[in-house]
Every structure is written in structure tokens, then in C-alpha cells.
Design a protein around this ligand. Sequence first.
Ligand code: OGA
Ligand code: MN
Length: 223
Amino acid sequence: MTAIAPVVPLPGDNRLGSILADLSAKGWSWQPGLLPEALYHALRAEVLAINAEDDLAPAGIGRESNFQLDRTIRKSRISWMDGSTPAQADFLQWAEQLRETINRRLMIGLFEFEACFAVYRPGEFYDRHLDSFEGARNRVVSLVVYLNEDWPAENGGALIVWPEGSDETAEPAAHILPERAGVVFMLSETVPHAVEMTHATRVGIAAWWRVNPSIQGQIDPLA
Ligand code: OGA
Ligand code: MN
């Protein structure tokens, strides 16, 4: 019996090895052009259509009872992905394969994936933050995917990454331009980062893998 090849194959071993080595060594990894070409085009078309229809919600900080809509910290728009289109289904399958590899090689025990299209219109930004909310070890590894064709530096909108565990006085470790099909991995609890104000519409995907926080015997009380 031959195994059925995945629709969207994973990157080669060298690429996976460098992601895992970066995550262990410094807590983040920048992978230009990692998203497969066909998936890039399909997801880009989808996020542009969603933006044109204005089918987006203002992004908040925190969730449920802790949810805050603080436009001084974060100004952008999101649309949650539910896997209901072929592009989203392929993306979720691609992410699932990454999860299996990360779990096997880093023994993190990632459990659930949540992803949203993220649109920053001119003037929008996201100040320095961590992706994991206080008090709940829910988001463990963050994944950001860029769906912009070209991105000259004058557009602003760079992702600034600070060294793992550093405070506000540390120099940034990287300024990353949100270029086509580029993918960033970050440990959600320890790598501070920010999105500089953008001067052009900036589209992408923000996503996270969670562990399953069981509190008082209740499985995943935050879900
Ligand atoms: C986020 C985030 C970074 C980016 O959505 O939490 O930090 O470059 N995004 O879009
Ligand atoms: Mn973030």
C-alpha cells in the first residue's frame, strides 16, 4: 500500500531542522518564503477579498472576560479561520504537519491550533507584547505568515522581535519585513515583539498552537 502524499508537503528536512534549532536556541525563527507558492496565492486572494468586503472585526487583546479593545496598544483587524475554504483547509493541514514535527522533535505537546487573517491598514500597528495571556499557559508557539507581494522598507509595518525574556531596555534582535510567504515562529510566552505602524495595507495570518491547560479537572476551561 502506498501512503497518500499530503496536499501541501512540508518543507525539506534542512528547513525544518533550522526552525527547530532556532526555537531551541533563541525562541524565534524567521523563514523567508516558507509558505508553499500555491497556498500563498490562494490565501492572499482570500484575505484581499475579505478586506475588500470589510468582513473583519477589530482585533482585541485577551479573551472572553479578559478581552479588551484597547486601540492604543493594538490597532488592526482580524477574521478567524475555520477551514471552510480549500485554501484554509490546506493551510490547517500544513500547520498540522508542522505541529506533529515540532511535538516530536521539541517534545512540547502542542495541542490545538487557532488562526486568523490579520489586516493592518495604513496607520495601524501592534505595540510590544507577548502572545500568551497572563494566568493561562495557553498559547505556546506563535506562527505569523505574510501575504504581501512586495514590501519596500518605506512601507513601515516591520515586525520587531526582542531577545527571548528581555525587558524594555533591550535592543531588538530583528526587524523583519512582512514579505511574501515569509513565516515567523516565536515562543508565545517569552519572545516580546511589536508591529511598527504600517503605511500600506499589510496582510497576513496570525496563529498559535496551544497546550491543553486543565484546571480543576476541567479540560481546557478557556475554550
Ligand atoms: C500578533 C502579532 C505580528 C505580525 O498578531 O500577535 O504579533 O508581524 N503579529 O503580524
Ligand atoms: Mn503577537
